[in-house]
Every structure is written in C-alpha cells, then in structure tokens.
Design a protein around this ligand. Structure first.
Ligand SMILES: [Zn+2]
Length: 408
C-alpha cells in the first residue's frame, strides 16, 4: 500500500475513533409495522436499524435514536423482506434492475446464454451496480442446448445438432456448468410449454440420466432444478433427487406424495401459464393461447393438491423482466392465494421458504438481526391482501435505498 494511502486510512480511522463514530452510517426506520416473513403477527410500531448492508437491530418504538442516525419515519406503513424470485431469465442488466425495482432483491436464474448470470452475480456482489443478489445456473441442460454453449465451449461441438441424451453427454454438459461455477444446475426433464412446436407432456430423460446430473452437482454442493410439466418426466426427476420441480403442471397425486416425502420443492409458476392465455406479455401466439387455456386449470389444480399434501411451494415468475413482460412476483403470490395458500404462506413462498430452497436462509429472506438489509415497504398490510405488493413505496437492497416514493 502506498504510504500516502496508508496515512489517509489511518487518519480516517483515527478521526472515526475520536468522534466515537462507526464508519458505516446508521439508518433507522421508525414507526414500522413489521411483517418479518416468518410469523403471522404484525409487530406494530417498531424501529428497524440498518447499518451498512445488514439489519442491525429491531427495537421498540421508544428507543432513543443515536445522534447521527438517519431517520425514515414510515408512519405505520408495512415493512417486509425483499422478495425472492426463484425462477427468472434475466438477459441483461437493465432487465435485472427492472426486477429489483419491483421489490425483488434476490433471483435464481434458471437458464440464460453465455453465463451472463454468473457475471451478474459478480457485479451484484461487487456493489458497483444496484442489482438483485443472483444465483446462477448458466444454460438449460436439455436435448437441444442453446447454441451459445458451442460458442462458449467449442470442445462440445460434436454434440451440436445432436440430441444431448445419455449419461456420457449429460455428464460432459454438467461438467461445463460446474466449471463455470454455477450455484444451480437447471435441467429440462420434459419439453417446454412456451414453444408452439413442443409438447410439454413429453419426457426427455430417464431417472438414471437425471441422476448423473444430480450426483455430479452434489459432489460440489450444487443442487438441481428440473423443469417438468408432464408426470413421467417429473417423476423421473423427483426419483433422481432434484431439489425443485419447476412448473409441474400435470404431476399426479403419487408424484406429489413422493415430493412431500422427499422434501422436493415445487415452483409452480402459475401466473406465467396465465400469461400464455392473454394478449401481450412474454408469450403471445395463437397456439400458446389455446394451450394456456387447458394448462391453466391443471396447474392450479395440481398446486392445490400439492398444498394439501404438504409439498413446499415457492413463488416465481419465470419471466425475463423485459420491457414487454407483464408478469410480476405478486401476480404469482395472488395465484398461490387463489389456489388455497394463506397470504402468510404466499409471503413465505417469496421470502423465508424461497430462501430455504435456495440455501440462503442464513442471510436473507427475513427481517431479523444480522440478515441482509433487503427491505420492501408497502402502504397496507400484505397479510390481508398480497396484492399491495404490486405497489412498493420503498425498496432497500443490501442497505441501499434504490426506490423511495414514501412522500407521495
Ligand atoms: Zn423458465
């Protein structure tokens, strides 16, 4: 370290000690109605202290404020943890920032080209840009991978134009994902719903093939999320030991029972199926609109059954948050309430339970001391109506306010 810089650091430290101040500023939210993400009770009129990027304290209203604290009086408005969208496809930084400005402070990327999610994760961690925390998965592992992977990894060229099936080819693709340091592996266990020419009921892989991916990931502590609409492909994925099933539209009661027994999470993404049926948004073609009409009642019915059987249900949009997107996480939370979850369960599905799925519940998803200062403030009580989450008045991301509409 150059001498002058060293001296500067010393003076800064010394002046901090002299004034009895900590280097990090303290923000105190006063008169907060707190929804902590875990319990059904609202804690009325509390103070929430934020220091740096973390929640420093949750205290009674009459606690004296430190002299240098910045006070933000919430006047009884409701605070809850920043939301976790457990299934997104963010293609660029603008879209990631759009997600953040809806109150989503953490995302799990579920398939993008060129490992852009791995890069986003690094940018978010650097704190240089306002971005949600990102858990990356790289490419979808599927019979026909995105062609970008052959540009990133020309050594895979012999698989180009082939169906990537069989244990050897799947092992090679999985190795590439792990080499790029993904947090999750994403595999398509059935065909997609969002393409007119594919049939979402069609299974892609056997349980043995899927186990190759699960076991390779497990060796490095990387869990697997399996896209599955049809029951056969979904069951194979559950048997292989994936951590979450994405969509699950046609899952049978037997498969859901196995999920409940094994603790496999369900991420039903109901609202995106509704998007198929409507004009505009992420999907808008005649075939998909017709398909959406028969998928939507099925995915709702399946989620109701999953809830009854005790399957852990997590909220997600499956959107890219592009300019065209009409999907927001509260849409999915409203859908979950519609199929039988309580508003508290719907909030947990986007906070505490989502954090459990993502293995990040030690630092995010709750308003509690020591947790990330990822915070959402809304006007009314979300435990009465999760729809109020469509209108965030304040968003804090790792201790930094990225949206503040409180004064209006
Ligand atoms: Zn998806």
């Amino acid at each position: 370290m150059p001498n002058r810089l060293l001296l500067g650091c010393f003076i800064l430290l010394w002046s901090g000690l002299l004034l009895g101040q900590e280097p990090a500023a303290l923000t105190v939210f006063t008169h907060t109605s707190l929804v902590d993400g875990l319990t059904a009770a609202v804690r009325e009129d509390v103070q929430v202290w934020i220091k740096g990027a973390k929640i420093e304290a949750v205290l009674p209203a009459n606690t004296p404020l430190p002299k240098d604290a910045r006070e933000i009086n919430l006047q009884g408005k409701y605070m809850l943890p920043g939301l976790i969208d457990a299934h997104v496809h963010l293609n660029n930084l603008q879209d990631a920032q759009r997600a953040l400005l809806t109150g989503v402070t953490t995302v799990r990327s579920m398939g993008v080209p060129h490992f852009t999610d791995v890069g986003m994760r690094a940018l978010a961690r650097s704190g240089q840009m306002d971005l949600p925390e990102v858990l990356a998965a790289g490419y979808h592992i599927r019979p026909r991978p995105d062609e970008g992977i052959f540009l990133d990894e020309p050594g895979l060229v012999d698989l180009m134009g082939q169906n990537v099936v069989g244990e050897e080819a799947l092992g090679r693709i999985t190795y590439i994902m792990l080499k790029h340091k993904v947090d999750w592996l994403k595999v398509n266990a059935t065909a997609r719903a969002g393409l007119p020419q594919t049939d979402p009921r069609e299974p892609y892989y056997s349980a043995d093939e899927l186990r190759v991916i699960v076991e390779a990931g497990a060796k490095q502590g990387v869990p697997v999320a399996a896209h599955a609409h049809g029951d056969e492909g979904g069951l194979a994925a559950v048997e292989a030991g994936v951590r979450s099933i994405e969509h699950g539209t046609y899952l049978s009661e037997a498969t859901l029972q196995l999920m409940a027994a094994k603790g496999t999470f369900l991420v039903p993404t109901i609202a995106v199926v509704k998007d198929l049926t409507e004009a505009g948004g992420d999907y808008d073609t005649p075939v998909l609109r017709l398909r959406g009409h028969h998928m939507l009642p099925r995915v709702r019915e399946m989620t109701t059954m999953a809830h009854r059987l005790g399957v852990k249900i997590v909220a997600a949009t499956d959107t890219g948050y592009s300019q065209e997107s009409l999907l927001r996480l509260p849409h999915e939370m409203e859908e979950l309430v519609g199929v039988g979850l309580s508003p508290l369960e719907a909030i947990q599905s986007a906070t505490t339970l989502a954090a459990e799925l993502l293995h990040i519940s030690n630092h995010t998803g709750r308003i509690a001391v020591g947790f990330d200062a990822d915070i959402l403030v809304v006007e009314r009580n979300p435990l009465l109506n999760v729809g109020v989450l469509h209108d965030p008045l304040l968003i804090m991301n790792n201790g930094k306010i990225v949206l503040n509409r409180l004064s209006w």
